[in-house]
Design a protein around this ligand. Sequence first.
Ligand SMILES: C[S@@+](CC[C@H](N)C(=O)[O-])C[C@H]1O[C@@H](n2cnc3c(N)ncnc32)[C@H](O)[C@@H]1O
Length: 502
Amino acid sequence: MTERETDLQSFLSWFQRGGGRIDTSAMGFCYFSQAEGDRGAVALKDMPEGHVLFTIPRSLTLSTRNSSLPKLLGPRVWKEKRMDKGWAGLILCMMWETAQGLSSKWQEYLETLPTTFETPMFWDGIDLEELKGTYVVDKLGKEEAEKTYNETLLPVVESRPDLFPADSIAVHYTLEQYHVMGSRILSRSFDVERWEGEEGNETEDSEVADTSMGSAMDVDLPTSSSADNPNHEDPENENSDDEEEDEVDVSMVPVADLLNARYGTENAKLFYEPTELKMLTTKPVKAGEQIWNTYGDLPNAKLLRRYGHVDVLELPGGGKGNPGDVVELRADLVVSALPPTIPKSKVQEIIDWYLEEGGDDVLVFEADMELPSQLLTLIRLFLLSPEELKKVQDKGKLPKNKVDAPLLDIVIRALQMRMQEYPTSIEDDETLLTGDLSLKKRNAIFVRLGEKNILRGALQNAEAIRSTLAEQPSDTKDKEKGGNKNKRKTSSDGPASKKSRR
Ligand SMILES: C[S@@+](CC[C@H](N)C(=O)[O-])C[C@H]1O[C@@H](n2cnc3c(N)ncnc32)[C@H](O)[C@@H]1O
């Protein structure tokens, strides 16, 4: 047995001693290549849907509810110091539990968690250059994380030398450790819904545990596999709804976090019960297949940013990539693509009104290459006459999609400008992928190539609609709505009710 295998075995023994149960006749853990996720689980026999692969006592999950640190600091201080907001509290608990060494209940678990990551958060400037054109770097949230560390976490640590001895600060409570713990949470935590009446829900402790902002994987009610508990976004970038925060504990869930995920392959999911969590198969699984959890079939940009890997599958239209890819187009780029004849003051007024009405500041193109309806709506607003615009504003309703040549010209210009944000072409990237590449570079190329392919498809779609319109008699041109009568499609859903959370 290699050293890594021995470590994994001793971790699994710890798990079982703590009350965790694994059906070892049905499932085993093994090592894949790093590009394929390192550790993972495989089925040892055929299993039907609903087979219990393993169970985890709630007491073995690591959260601000289960760690003793919040109680030692005191619930009032915990809240006052904003340890109940975002992930700072859980990060501090994980740091503190690590510092406790053998006396921490989770020592063996914490020792198995990664200390290095393939996520761009840890890349140097040269590697980050490979992501130019994607919005990944803008969303890393490194500065925000550093601010939270310096302004929120460190003052707590320095205020209680009895809990955080001075000589341990430089070892366990550093900024580097803060990023490591944050990355562990980002890539491995679960939103675990509280069970009604669970200890602490009505007591002072429940206030202590009211913390959560984001996590990696879903947990479902035992009775409903469709009742998704949607993932929050990362804490380093976004705020989540307080209501949702009240209902879940962001938790590190030993063993459940050993499962990898790949687009469209989920065959197991975590369900919660009053005292334990259960990993069940969600479809029949054959012996030898990998057990896949779901991370939500995310686009490669998000997978890379959160988890440090990308999904590369055969695509229906040929080539390889992630069918869940998307590309984002910022509304300010749409504004830059407008004809100079539209006065700046009008542009600003329209943008302000559009955002107030719930329009999105980022327009998302998906792999189906459809033109997002919000994009069409936004551009239409700029093309309305002052009278039409006033009518729309008086009604307080965004206009319906109407696709015509002036609108498509702007769409095409915006897409071309977006494409120019990438320093390399699609052909460059395809050639690069045939060579010998570092994992980081390969992953970055798949992210940007997936986005560019969508942009190219959307551009071709827009050009095709424009040509179809040009061929039509002039009296029918303006009547086309949303491209329905054209072969190529535009998206038909209305504007989102919330601004995008980036
Ligand atoms: C929840 S953990 C899964 C267990 C992990 N493989 C391990 O060795 O501990 C998530 C991490 O696994 C890796 N991973 C998961 N799915 C993957 C995939 N399809 N391809 C490559 N890496 C994957 C990524 O590094 C990700 O951050």
